[in-house]
Design a protein around this ligand. Structure first.
Ligand code: NAD
Length: 386
């Protein structure tokens, strides 16, 4: 008879030494717990509930954010389904459509984009293009009768933002600006703590957001409305607004553009800016395209200090409240920011509710961004018009 080699000789030797026996498939004594799982799904595994209606999404622009974050995040959505793509690169778009099960007939380019109006499968358009193109593709999307989620910053100018808001009103369609942090539990908890007075009167906020941006990149192009404030500084600005719940009235700012680094021919490398709020709170913010990377804020209140490391990243937020010499670290279940944000907007569409961050929210940031740019040029405090 042929002897098969023993696949577990070490385990058998160990069991023999300890006197233990190898388990067989025979049932054990009556009091032993069952080893095989029960017929029914164990209670700790959530069985998804079917949803009555899903919302069809078209993604406009297949760059890094769309390909690496947004499209994969649809797998974690309950209500939002990718059903169409808009791209200037037909081969890439076809390939991506095949991966996500999108009908090749639902792949558009930037010329025939407006014909998306005739596609009843598309409810929402997600604009993920360079900042300078947000206004045009948002307005065209709204005119096509679709709801629009537009990436931050909303647009390059106040006039563009106003046109986008007006287009939404005229088309009776919803416009939301993609501030994903408003849909993740750590930043939401920080806002709650500030609103409930846990830190007392907020005196100072410090916020930093930086990265090392390599060329070529849309963020380094003035024509595409790049720049550190527009790209990463907007997180500090938006956080100072959502943590205080106030609108800043005045800014000061300093920009640095090293002459020996060709990446910064058109935009600054770093900008430091301050925001003055009506209650007296001052926010001190900095942002950069030339640093290893810090993404954090601190809220210094009269009663406590709240801080968040990793505040602006896609994951890794760490929220700490320091009060009466004791530190409390918050243990919250993280979510996929993009899935949470998309399902939130789908809910707004299904329930006909106004989103938390409509065009007016994006416009408030753009007003401040424009004032910061002026302050860097003049070196003087600049009021932010309301
Ligand atoms: P990207 O450069 O990787 O992608 C931009 C896409 O736009 C590309 O597919 C490009 O082909 C296309 N495009 C169309 N017309 C173009 C033109 N005239 N010039 C250049 N590109 C053109 O950029 P990205 O990192 O995906 O960023 C896109 C947008 O998303 C930006 O507004 C950015 O601020 C925003 N963003 C948001 C987050 C977030 O966390 N919410 C993160 C990253 C980027």
């Amino acid at each position: 008879m042929h002897a098969f080699p023993d696949p577990h000789p070490d385990r058998r030797r160990f069991l023999a030494m300890t006197g233990a026996t190898i388990l067989t498939s025979q049932a054990g004594a009556a009091q032993d717990p069952p080893l095989a799982p029960p017929d029914k799904q164990p209670p700790h595994v959530r069985v998804p509930e079917p949803v009555a209606k899903t919302v069809g999404w078209a993604v406009v622009g297949l760059g890094q954010l769309a390909l690496e974050e947004v499209l994969p995040a649809f797998a974690k959505c309950r209500l939002s389904k990718p059903v169409a793509l808009v791209s200037g690169h037909p081969d890439k778009a076809k390939k991506v459509a095949a991966v996500y099960g999108i009908d090749p007939k639902n792949v558009y380019d930037y010329e025939n984009y407006d014909t998306i109006a005739k596609n009843p499968q598309v409810d929402v358009i997600y604009v993920i293009l360079p900042n300078s193109l947000h206004a045009e593709y948002t307005v065209r999307g709204l005119k096509a009768g679709k709801h629009v989620l537009c990436e931050k910053p909303m647009a390059a100018t106040v006039a563009e933002c106003e046109r986008m808001i007006a287009a939404g009103k005229e088309a009776k369609r919803k416009l939301m600006i993609a501030y994903r942090l408003r849909h993740e539990p750590f930043n939401r908890t920080a806002i709650d703590l500030c609103r409930k007075g846990e830190v007392g009167k907020i005196k100072l906020i410090t916020a930093s957001n930086g990265q090392d941006t390599k060329a070529p990149n849309i963020r380094l192009s003035k024509a595409l409305a790049g720049g550190p404030v527009e790209d990463v500084g907007v997180y500090c600005l938006n956080a100072a607004r959502y943590l205080t719940g106030e609108e800043p009235t005045e800014v000061t700012a300093v920009a640095v553009r090293p002459k020996d680094d060709p990446r910064f021919r058109e935009v600054a490398e770093s900008v430091a800016f301050t925001l003055r709020f009506p209650s007296g709170t001052v926010a001190v913010c900095d942002c950069s395209f030339g640093v290893a990377g810090v993404r954090r804020y601190t809220v210094q209140g009269a009663a406590a200090t709240l801080s968040m490391d990793g505040a602006f990243g896609y994951a890794g937020q760490e929220l700490v409240l320091e009060k009466d010499k004791r530190k409390a670290k918050f243990d919250l279940s993280p979510v996929n920011h993009f899935a949470a944000e998309m399902d939130y907007f789908s809910t707004c569409v299904l329930k006909n509710e106004n989103p938390l961050t409509p065009g007016e929210e994006g416009l408030a940031d753009v007003r401040a961004i424009i004032a910061i740019a002026e302050a860097t040029r003049t070196g003087r405090p600049v009021p932010i018009p309301r």
